[in-house]
Design a protein around this ligand. Structure first.
Ligand SMILES: Nc1ncnc2c1ncn2[C@@H]1O[C@H](COP(=O)(O)OP(=O)(O)O)[C@@H](O)[C@H]1O
Ligand SMILES: [Mg+2]
Length: 208
C-alpha cells in the first residue's frame, strides 16, 4: 500500500475498511481520494443496474447470481469483484464460512418465498440483513445487498423496490444512514422492528 491510499481511511460509520491486498485490486492506480473512488464505483454501479434491468427471470436466489451481480456492480473498479472475501472484517462471518452461510441464506429465502412466510418487504429486509451480516465481499456489501434485496422484490416477487435512501445519500454520513446502521445493529441482536420500519414493512416484534 502506498501513501496515496491514506485518504480512504476516512470511512463512514458502519463501512468496512479494506486491507492492503484488497486495495491492491484497485484498477485505477491514479485514484487518490475517497471522492474519486466513490465516483468510479458509482459509474460501475450504474452500468451494473442497467445489466440487472435487462435480466428476464434471473435466478436471483443462487450463488452464481449473487457473485455475478457483485462483479457487474464493482468489476470495473476492483479486480476481486464477484469473488468471496478471504480476510477477516469487523463485520461478517469467518471467511471460510461465507459460502456455507450464503448457501443457507439462499435456501432459507427460497423457503420464505415458496411458503409466504413473510410479506414481500419483510422478506427483503430480513434477506438484506442476513446478507450484509455474512459480508461475502471485501467491499461493496451494503450496496450489493441493497440491490440484491431489490432484485428479490422486483425480479422474483413482482413488487416495488425499497426506498433505501429516502431522499438522502445512504453512503454518506447523515441521519438516514445513522438510522439504517442502528436498525442493522438492532437486527444483529434479533430485534427486527427498526429495520422493518426502515424498509417499509409492517411493524414486527423481537425474534425468538
Ligand atoms: N452491525 C451491522 N450488521 C449488519 N450489517 C452491517 C452492520 N454495520 C454495517 N453493516 C452493513 O455493512 C455495509 C458496509 O460494508 P461495505 O462492504 O463497506 O459496503 P459498501 O462498500 O457498499 O458501503 C453497510 O452499508 C451496511 O449495509
Ligand atoms: Mg465500503
Amino acid at each position: 500500500m502506498t501513501d496515496d491510499y491514506t485518504s480512504f481511511v476516512d470511512y463512514p460509520d458502519g463501512a468496512t475498511p479494506l486491507d492492503p491486498d484488497e486495495l491492491d485490486g484497485l484498477k485505477f492506480k491514479h485514484v487518490t481520494t475517497r471522492g474519486e473512488l466513490d465516483q468510479l464505483e458509482q459509474a460501475g454501479i450504474t452500468e451494473g443496474l442497467k445489466w440487472l434491468d435487462k435480466q428476464k427471470n434471473p435466478d436471483v436466489l443462487s450463488e452464481a447470481f449473487v457473485l455475478e451481480l457483485h462483479k457487474r456492480l464493482f468489476g470495473s473498479v476492483w479486480k476481486w469483484a464477484g469473488t468471496f472475501r478471504r480476510t477477516e472484517k469487523n463485520i461478517g462471518v469467518d471467511p471460510i464460512q461465507v459460502a456455507i452461510q450464503l448457501r443457507q441464506l439462499l435456501d432459507d429465502a427460497k423457503y420464505w418465498v415458496e411458503h409466504g412466510t413473510y410479506s414481500a418487504k419483510e422478506l427483503a429486509g430480513r434477506f438484506h440483513h442476513k446478507l450484509v451480516l455474512i459480508h461475502p465481499f471485501p467491499n461493496g456489501n451494503g450496496r450489493h445487498a441493497r440491490i440484491m434485496a431489490d432484485a428479490v422484490l422486483t425480479k422474483l416477487l413482482d413488487e416495488p423496490a425499497i426506498d433505501w435512501a429516502g431522499g438522502y445519500k445512504l453512503e454518506a454520513m447523515n441521519e438516514r444512514r445513522d438510522q439504517y446502521i442502528a436498525a442493522l445493529r438492532a437486527a444483529d441482536g434479533h430485534d427486527m422492528r427498526a429495520l422493518l420500519e426502515f424498509v417499509g414493512a409492517r411493524k414486527a416484534g423481537v425474534d425468538s
